[in-house]
Design a protein around this ligand. Sequence first.
Ligand SMILES: C[S@@+](CC[C@H](N)C(=O)[O-])C[C@H]1O[C@@H](n2cnc3c(N)ncnc32)[C@H](O)[C@@H]1O
Length: 362
Amino acid sequence: MANKTFDAAKENKEDEFYTQISDIEKELAHYREHFKGKTVLCNCDDPRISNFFKYFALKFNELGLKRLISTCYKNQEVDLFTQNDCEKAIWLDYYGNPNDPTCTDFSTVEVKEFKGDGDFRSQECIELLKQADIVVTNPPFSLFREYIAQLIEYKKSFLIIGNQNALTYKEIFSLIKENKIWLGYHSGDMKFVVPDYYAPRNTRFWQDENGRKWRSLGNICWFTNLDIAKRHEELVLYKSYSSDEYPHYENFDAINCDKTSDIPMDYNGVIGVPITFISIYSPDQFEIVGLGIVGSCEFTNERRMEILDKNGLPTGKYTVNAKGTLYRKHLESDKKPAAFKDCETGELYQSIYARILIKRKK
Ligand SMILES: C[S@@+](CC[C@H](N)C(=O)[O-])C[C@H]1O[C@@H](n2cnc3c(N)ncnc32)[C@H](O)[C@@H]1O
């Protein structure tokens, strides 16, 4: 068992984070109208422990579902709660319980075995994906790009949990920019039960009174392509543009805005805003132009600069375009010392990392 546990930990790349039913309920409360008459697939979910399966099975009648499919990857550490044999990949097909619509015990629903390992990319799982209308789950973080790509390829509706870092992945950002996917309602801190073999950590880790291990992650969000009211709520803009408050970048034709709530109401050009903008983004109000990093936007100069240390002192190391990010002139009012010095003019600069470039639509 010790070896098996160790191998599992290695193989799973810390993909085992079990979602709480309260988090699922909180988000799903905003999507009820999408589920009537639909087949829901939870394809990274052992139905014996998954709260996604549990949520949809309990709400089967209330949501008016047609069918619920839950598939389990054989690597899953199911014996965390149940001591179930996790050698076999299994799946379950639920059509509700017409004899007892208020049923809360799903243990008698037949569990079927896959021939393969239940990988969401396997042919057996793809056949089930084809039969589904909406996919809802928390997929493995390490396979997030592939997971979304498959949903897009098979033109599925979905609501899935992911890490906010994924917003800056090239492929994911393109989908956001093209308005093919967007963020759901809740984002930020989320707590997950993790398997016993997960090593303790100094922070964001604890054990409850039953000995179950927990981890919290501070940058979680929901990704979806289901239309939601929030997506059409416009941000109230109240600030006026001034060149002092919104300095222009040196290597891109756009102004910098440090807080989403401070986006000026009267600037018609491109504005660089923090990544968190995506959580309030309404395509009715704004257009996303790009991501403010090398490879996503075309820098208008390739200025050579010396890198300064955290106290603003020379390091003897050099870069162009502030290591591939947007940058602006260093201001006397800046709390942080300058990060770069122009090799030719001696001018000082601040690099502005992780900006989304947007434009007001009207
Ligand atoms: C973040 S956990 C979430 C589990 C469950 N969906 C939940 O929310 O409680 C991701 C799950 O995907 C499973 N998984 C990893 N690789 C997979 C694959 N290739 N195909 C299907 N599931 C996979 C992991 O075993 C893990 O249980």
